[in-house]
Design a protein around this ligand. Sequence first.
Ligand code: PLP
Length: 334
Amino acid sequence: MDVFVQAENRSLTSVDSFSPESIRKKIHLLKQKIGETPLIHIDNVNGSSIYAKLEYYNPLSHSVKDRPAVYMLEGAIKQGLVTSENAKFVEASSGNLGIAYGRAGKFLGLKTLIVIPSVSAGKTYRRIRETGATVEKTPDGYCPLRNERDGAIAKVKDMYLDDPNKIWLDQYSNQDNLRAHMEGTGPEIWNQIDGKVTNIVLGVGTGGSLVGITSYLKVENPDVESVAVQPQRNHHIQGLRNFQESLEPAILRKNRNLIDDWIEVSDEESFEALKYLWREGYLVGTSSGLNYVAARRIAKKNKGATIVTLFPDTCLNSFKLIQEHILNGSLDKK
Ligand SMILES: Cc1ncc(COP(=O)(O)O)c(C=O)c1O
């Protein structure tokens, strides 16, 4: 039986759940279920091949965020941060990390509280609530603005400072976020494509995926080009950031030297690409549209390249947005 079904059939809030050894064992089980997602060839442009890694095959949140969620929880257990059954993990998330945290927390017998921007409400809110996590909303948008006083991150910081039982692992500065991709996603890509990758092209939120994957690939081959992709200002791409309007997360800022190029993709281009991907049968979320546009742009500049990107999640969380902007055709009317 699936480990998550087993978890949901049992109460995991017993004292036994707070034995670090038992949590460690369950984390080991979780890690065996996460990753090893398919890498598929999706396009040929200008003699270059484009591949996408289907991160929606991850079982907790159906997104790339399963990887850092479990690595960060493992890090917390290793550091001895969970000392009582009153411990509660708090995190700011636009959706996917919150779902991954909530489901992992339920399986491990750990309490979770996720703060999401109100723009992610609706389906995302319900999906996190269904995991058993507590969810709070703040009035910010998809991109936390600089100096935001009442945003999700500020709220988590305040709660964490005020309450000794709260544990904030901070995905924006946590090395385990990077490690998940250096030990998982990066080596998987390298092996799945027999080391032929020439460019890794990816949208950035915390920067954990791009920096972690790039760190691994550049050790194997220093000539691999790493391209960071930003959405436009005031965008509608869940999980991503534009750094003209948003603060750069510490894990990205400290590793800027690994990134060779930065490009920007508009919402309109991303949604058009998303419609194409849907027609092709990839029921992916908005950031996959953005990644696909960026990968095609890099292919046009580099003849004969082998370009890898991620399809980070499913369309489940972005359904309302997709309905407004794609099914209702508001973009077509412009
Ligand atoms: C859909 C989606 N794409 C991309 C990302 C960005 O990943 P990272 O935080 O590793 O930069 C996220 C992060 O939440 C996401 O949810």
